[in-house]
Design a binder for this molecule. Sequence first.
Ligand SMILES: *Cc1c(COP(=O)(O)O)cnc(C)c1O
Length: 405
Amino acid sequence: MSNTFSLAQGREYLAIPGPSVMPDAVLQAMQRPAPNIYEGPLVDMVAGLIPDLKRVARTAHNAAIYICNGHGAWEAALSNTVAPGETVLVPATGRFGMGWADMAQGLGIETQILDFGRSVPWDLDRIAEALRADTGHKIKAVLAVHVDTSSSVRNDVPGVRRVLDDLGHPALLMVDCIASMGCDRFEMDAWGADVALTGSQKGMMVPPGLAFVFFNDRAAAVRAKMPRVSRYWDWLPRAEPEAFFQYFGGTAPTHHLYALRVALDMIHAEGMEHVWGRHARLAQAVWAACEAWGQGGPLRLNVADPAQRSHAVTALRIGAPHGTELRRWVQDNIGLTLGIGLGMSEPDDPNGDGFFRLGHMGHVNGQMILGLLGGMEAGMCALDIPHGSGAIEAAAKVIAGHCRD
Ligand SMILES: *Cc1c(COP(=O)(O)O)cnc(C)c1O
């Protein structure tokens, strides 16, 4: 069994799928006295944040900032576009699609859920079938989670746009990019998303507490026809404020804004294409290791097809109780925190202890991923969990880009 001599002292690595690792520069930017919110540097800074935010979403349209988490962004998007009694279509590939549907139900919205299970993406044919059957255009929006953080399935957003266009269906395409923005390629305008939303604490590398909702002119036109919109969630004054406080519906989230400024500077200094490429390469290293371990033991990637996997989070199964045991071991012994399994089993299912997730989103580099994988290997050794050999070597080869054998 495991050696109890802990090596956890040192800088810890929180490898959960949000909140993600926060850059020191982002945290340092928050370490300052309260600024004046009526005039001066903070007020001057915010106007410049908006275009840089839109560049992350790849949109030329509108952006609204909210002081909330991702659940708030869900409610914000719905509050501006779908009235109580109207219907939304929700293709779900894990816990988060179901969560957005639940949020809609709480607002009195009818939900038509297509459940695709927990390990494969949407089937576009089934989405098309549901939209085709909606001859009266009762469906006002498709609530599309790009990357489901519980299952680590990545879905085909442009595919849904094509389906809507082919059928001439007017429903808005609203995309949850909370686990993908700043990690996986997402291009709001080119992909034809009408609404896209994200939170601050994942690929954006800022502490939880801000959310961003991007919307195009089609979505703005739907908003304009709503019988009423909650004053607080209304995106109009936030996107086109006449006074500074209207950006935030009240007092500005002062310190988060300084953090966001630095995070956006970091993202754009690296470049969006490079940010996406880095996440892709690091994810491939994670998969290479997991596949090697799986050759000689119970570890399995939840999503079989690499083309359908998130580049920011990896859901794994290793059989109960190994998942929970491994998380505890790396936490206690080497200062590494892995993500719990989420939504992969019912709460009272003893198999729940067999699931866990790796977060590799945001401020993450090659040595961190090799540390993460080396730590998992140590944990499996210590706990006598069978695993194939050559995993770290396989990951190192991916990180190296090439390697002469
Ligand atoms: C994290 C996450 C959410 C929820 O965000 P909170 O900030 O926890 O409210 C919703 N959707 C996806 C895809 C997520 O990854």
